[in-house]
Each structure stands twice: as C-alpha cells, then as structure tokens.
Design a protein around this ligand. Structure first.
Ligand code: ATP
Ligand code: FE
Length: 342
C-alpha cells in the first residue's frame, strides 16, 4: 500500500495505490487562485499547498478506505518544481513518515510522468517516452525506474507553455491547452502556414518559441477593426496545433529509429491529453502506442505513488535529510536543458 503526495506546481494531490490498483487519486487544483494573475504565482501556490496537503491526504486515505497505519511506503515529489510547493509536500511526507515509522521515498516528478505507462498498462522496459507538459518537453529512453536517457528536447519553451501563451495572445482562458484545442475543432488547420521549427536539422531537439511569435504576427495581421474574427481565431488555433503535432510527430519518428528495442512508444504530460497530437503520433510507430487517460496525463499523485513503489522495489530509501530540489534533471549526465521551466 503506497501513499503518494504531489505539490510541485499548482495542483495539490494525494493518492493511494495497492500494487497497480488506484484506490484513490485526489487532485485539488489551484487554477482559480491564479486565474487573475495570468500564471502561477509561486507564493500563492506554496501557501495553498500548505493549507490543502493534510486535507488531500486525509481524503485520499478515506476514499481508499485505509488508515495511515496500513500504508507501507510514503512517496513524495521532491522536485523539480516550484520550491515552496515541493518543500511543503516533502515536509508533510516527512511528518507522516516520522510519526508512523513508514519508509519515505523522494520521487522525481518527471519520473512520475515517465513511469505512468507501467502503472496504466504494465509495459516492459525499455520503452521510448515523449514527455510533453507545461514545463517540459523531452524524449526519454526508459530502461528502469531510475534509468533514463534523455535523447533530446525543447531548446526553449515547452509545448504546454506555448499552448498557454497562444491562448493568452488570442484572449482564451487558462490553462491554454484545452481552450486552444476546443477552439481548434471549428478551425482549418491549413489556414495558416506556421513554421515547423528545427525539422531541417538532424536530431531530436525541438523549439516552440518561434511558433508563438508566428501566432502573434498572424493575429496582428488578421485584425478587423481592431478585433480578431471568431473564425480566424479558430483557424489560428487549428493551424498552431497542427504545427505542434507535425513537429512532435517527425521528431518522435527520429527518436524511435534509434530505439529499435523499445517495447512501445508512450506519451505523458498534460499536452498528451491533446487529441490532435495523439492522432498525429499514433500512426508513426508499428510498436504499441500508449497515451495514459487524461487524469493520469496531467499532474497527479497516483503517478508519484507508482514511481515510489518501483523505486522501493529497486531498493531505494530516503531519510529525514531528503532535500527538495527545484531543479532535478532525470538524466543528470546529459544536458541540463529541460525546457525553460515556468
Ligand atoms: P511539469 O509537469 O513539466 O512540471 P505541469 O505540471 O504544468 O508541468 P502538466 O500538468 O503535465 O504540466 O500539464 C499542464 C500543461 O498541459 C498546461 O500547459 C496545459 O495547457 C497543457 N494541456 C492540458 N490539456 C491540453 C490539451 N488538451 N492540449 C494541449 N495542451 C494541454
Ligand atoms: Fe507535471
């Protein structure tokens, strides 16, 4: 029985797993708290985590029908993320571990996303993972719960960040991903010829900041009496989404080519919720294509509990000296460039 705790960004979350069975998966979103500021405010986030953590843990235990004494391992996100939030989660987990004598494991948030296909589908190592979220974008070869090789990733914005910024440019609500996707449904993806950055260069690196600038230019050139026509806005959204999907698909094809032994190609992170992106990625591989269900794509504590249980099985343990880490590359030997953060 594993209790997972997650508080690295703007969601406070707790979950209880029994093996691969998700007994509870509580997520308390702070979106409303940050809405007026147009982005996550670290101080507000940290305070909200402190207020919500106990309640989330209590609710997760209650929904699972287990007591704290029945928990065998406590897994907590120890980074990377906003330091105040990570600190709040780690303190909460340490308190519970200390009070009950339960083993504690610090989990890398990205490992949580990257190991999700093992929780949902029990896939075997090695596999190729495309992690696309609000703060990150990278190709990972996953050989074990603590063995990740980063093949490449974004050299500037993360795709989720690009979706959020495009939404802001077009007057759509945050988080931008779902808003842009909804708008794109009624748009023409070929209406605007947005760039496919870095496709002319070899390798697996990606770039999304130029695309965002192209959207800004398209918006400004499409104004009618100072306003953007609704249909044009939908066309911009559809064309932007198509450009992101095409770029991710081509780079994924290249990354798959250097992982011939991969058992499957999996996506994770909030952007993996996007249906057009999933549809573009699915046909590029003859291996299994896995995209976890929505609630396990975006931030949640079930993935942290799962990663914790894998690490526990591999012999990992942390003590009361477990330190929150604002930056924590999964593959420390490789380039530390992991997107521009938030
Ligand atoms: P990280 O995991 O890197 O720390 P994060 O926690 O902000 O970042 P997630 O919760 O995994 O990331 O994902 C949130 C991001 O996913 C947001 O940028 C959001 O706009 C984007 N997103 C969510 N749904 C969609 C969608 N349907 N299409 C595109 N993007 C989406
Ligand atoms: Fe995340």
């Amino acid at each position: 029985m594993i209790l997972g705790i997650e508080s690295s960004c703007d969601d406070t979350a707790a979950a209880v797993l029994r093996g691969r069975e998700i007994l509870s998966n509580v997520v308390s979103s702070q979106t409303d708290l940050h809405a007026a500021f147009g982005g996550v405010v670290p101080e507000i986030a940290a305070r909200a985590h402190v207020e919500k953590l106990d309640l989330c843990v209590e609710q997760a235990l209650a929904e699972a029908g287990v007591t704290l004494a029945e928990v065998d391992v406590i897994a907590v996100t120890a980074g990377p993320g906003l330091i105040g939030g990570v600190m709040a989660g780690v303190m909460c987990a340490k308190g519970l571990a200390l009070a009950t004598g339960t083993p504690l494991i610090g989990v890398n948030h990205l490992a949580g996303h990257a190991l999700t296909p093992r929780l949902t589908d029990g896939v075997e190592f090695p596999y190729l993972m495309l992690l696309v979220s609000g703060g990150h974008c990278q190709f990972l070869r996953v050989d074990g719960p603590d063995r990740f090789t980063r093949l490449g990733g974004t050299i500037d914005d993360a795709p989720g960040e690009a979706f959020d910024k495009v939404a802001k440019l077009l007057g759509l609500p945050q988080p931008g991903g779902p808003a842009v996707e909804a708008e794109a449904r009624s748009g023409d993806p070929t209406a605007f010829a947005f760039p496919r950055p870095l496709l002319d260069r070899p390798g697996y690196d990606l770039s999304f900041s130029g695309l965002k600038t192209a959207v800004l230019r398209a918006r400004d050139q499409s104004l009618v009496d100072g306003a953007l026509p609704r249909a044009t806005r939908a066309d911009i959204c559809a064309s932007f989404q198509a450009a992101v999907a095409a770029t991710l698909a081509e780079k994924s094809r290249r990354a798959l080519a250097v992982c011939p032994d991969a058992t499957c190609f999996a996506v994770a992170g909030g952007v993996a919720a996007n249906e057009a992106i999933r549809a573009a990625l699915e046909p590029i591989t003859d291996r299994a294509f896995l995209a976890p269900p929505l609630r396990l794509c975006t931030d949640n504590a079930a993935m942290i509990a799962w990663a914790g249980s894998e690490l526990f099985a591999a012999g990992h343990r942390d003590g009361m000296d477990l330190a929150p880490r604002p930056r924590w590359p999964l593959d420390s030997a490789a380039s530390p460039m992991l997107g521009s953060g938030k």
